[in-house]
Design a protein around this ligand. Structure first.
Ligand code: SF4
Length: 327
C-alpha cells in the first residue's frame, strides 16, 4: 500500500505475500492470529512492511497505527516497526509516528549511487537518504537502512561504496538484499531484452563478504542478507533471474570463515587442523556441502576438524591443535 512508484525490481505484493489491502480490521486479525499461533516470548514487534507506509493516506495510516498502538498499550507488543522511502519522511510524519508508539523506522535506501537509483526507477537521490536520516536521528527511533546489490547500473565497487556510505550514516541495523528478478516486473522485461544482466550467486557472495565486513567492523547489526524464501520467492515460482539461494547469508559467512581458515593455516601443509567455534557456526565453518573442508584438503592437504566452544565469540575460530600427519 501507499506506493505510487514503479521501482523496476519491485513486485510489492509478491514480496510481502499480501495480495489485498490491509485495513485496521485485517491488521487486527493478522496480529491476533500470530499472537495465538506463535505465543511469542522476548521482543514482540508489529511490523508494517512492503510498500511505503508513510505514503499511505493519513486516515488509513492512522487507522493501522492505532491498531498497533492498542496492542503496545495492552502490553501484547513491545513496539511498532515500519518501512518506507527516504523521500516520504518529514517532521510532521515523524511527530505522528512518535505519537502512535512507533519504535523503529527502516528506509529503503537500495543504493547511494544516483545513477543506480535512476536506472532502477527509484525516484529519489542519495541526498534524500542523507536528509531523511538526519531528520529521523533527531528522534529516539531505531533506524534501519536497507540496501540492494546488483541493481541496474550497479557494480561490485558501487555496492561496497554504498555499504561504506550507509555505515557512515550510523544506522542501528541494516538489511542487504541481492537483486532478484521477479516475474512481471520491469526488471524482468529489461533482462529479457538484454539491457539488464542479473548477477549470479558467484558474483554476489564476494561482494556480500566485503559488505558484511564493513558493517561488522562498525558494529552495525545485519538483520538479514537475502530475501526470505517463501512460496512466491523461489525459483520456479516468481523468481526468474538473479542470485537466488535460500541461504545466501550463510554462504557469505561461510566464505568469511574460509578466509579465516586460510589465515590460520598459512604456511601449514599435510596436517590435521582442529578448530573450535560456537555450536551454531559449525556448519558455516565447514561450509555448504563441506566446501571449506574440501578446499583446505585440496589446496593444502589439510584435514579440518571442528569442536564446539560455547564461550567463543560470534565469528571466532579458536585453534585447538595442529597435528602433523607426517610425524
Ligand atoms: S518504493 Fe518500495 S514499494 Fe514502492 S515501488 Fe519502489 S520498492 Fe516497491
Amino acid at each position: 500500500m501507499g506506493c505510487p512508484h514503479d521501482c523496476v525490481f519491485c513486485s510489492q505484493k509478491k514480496i510481502t505475500g499480501i495480495t489485498q489491502n490491509v485495513t485496521g480490521e485485517t491488521a487486527r486479525k493478522i496480529i491476533d492470529d500470530y499472537l495465538q499461533a506463535v505465543r511469542p516470548s522476548g521482543n514482540v514487534e508489529i511490523s508494517f512492511f512492503g510498500g511505503s507506509f508513510t505514503g499511505i493516506p493519513k486516515s488509513e495510516r492512522r487507522e493501522l497505527l492505532s491498531v498497533g498502538y492498542e496492542y503496545v498499550n495492552r502490553g501484547l507488543a513491545d513496539g511498532i516497526r515500519l518501512s518506507t522511502r527516504p523521500d516520504y519522511i518529514n517532521v510532521e510524519i515523524l511527530d505522528e509516528l512518535m505519537s502512535y508508539g512507533v519504535t523503529a523506522i527502516e528506509l529503503g535506501v537500495q543504493s547511494m549511487d544516483d545513477e543506480v537509483l535512476k536506472q532502477s526507477g527509484r525516484g529519489h537521490t542519495a541526498a534524500d537518504v542523507v536528509h531523511a536520516v538526519g531528520l529521523i536521528k533527531k528522534y529516539p527511533f531505531e533506524l534501519g537502512l536497507q540496501m540492494m546489490t546488483g541493481l541496474p547500473g550497479d557494480t561490485p565497487e558501487k555496492s561496497v561504496e554504498t555499504a561504506l556510505k550507509i555505515a557512515n550514516l550510523r544506522p542501528d541495523a541494516v538489511r542487504v538484499y541481492p537483486t532478484l528478478v521477479i516475474r512481471g516486473t520491469e526488471l524482468e522485461r529489461m533482462m529479457q531484452c538484454g539491457t539488464y544482466i542479473p548477477w549470479t550467486v558467484e558474483d554476489t557472495v564476494p561482494v556480500l563478504v566485503k559488505i558484511k565486513r564493513i558493517f561488522d567492523n562498525e558494529k552495525i547489526k545485519i538483520i538479514r542478507m537475502g530475501l526470505q524464501t517463501t512460496e512466491e520467492i523461489s525459483p520456479g515460482a516468481s523468481v526468474t533471474g538473479g542470485p537466488f539461494h535460500p541461504a545466501i547469508g550463510e554462504l557469505t559467512e561461510s566464505e568469511i570463515f574460509y578466509e579465516k581458515l586460510l589465515e590460520i593455516s598459512d604456511g601449514l601443509e599435510n596436517c590435521t587442523l582442529a578448530v573450535a567455534c560456537r555450536r551454531e557456526e559449525v556448519s558455516k565453518v565447514i561450509g555448504h556441502n563441506a566446501v571449506n573442508r574440501k578446499r583446505l584438503e585440496n589446496t593444502r592437504n589439510i584435514r579440518l576438524k571442528t569442536q564446539i566452544n560455547e564461550t567463543a565469540a560470534c565469528g571466532e575460530l579458536i585453534v585447538i591443535e595442529v597435528k602433523n600427519d607426517c610425524s
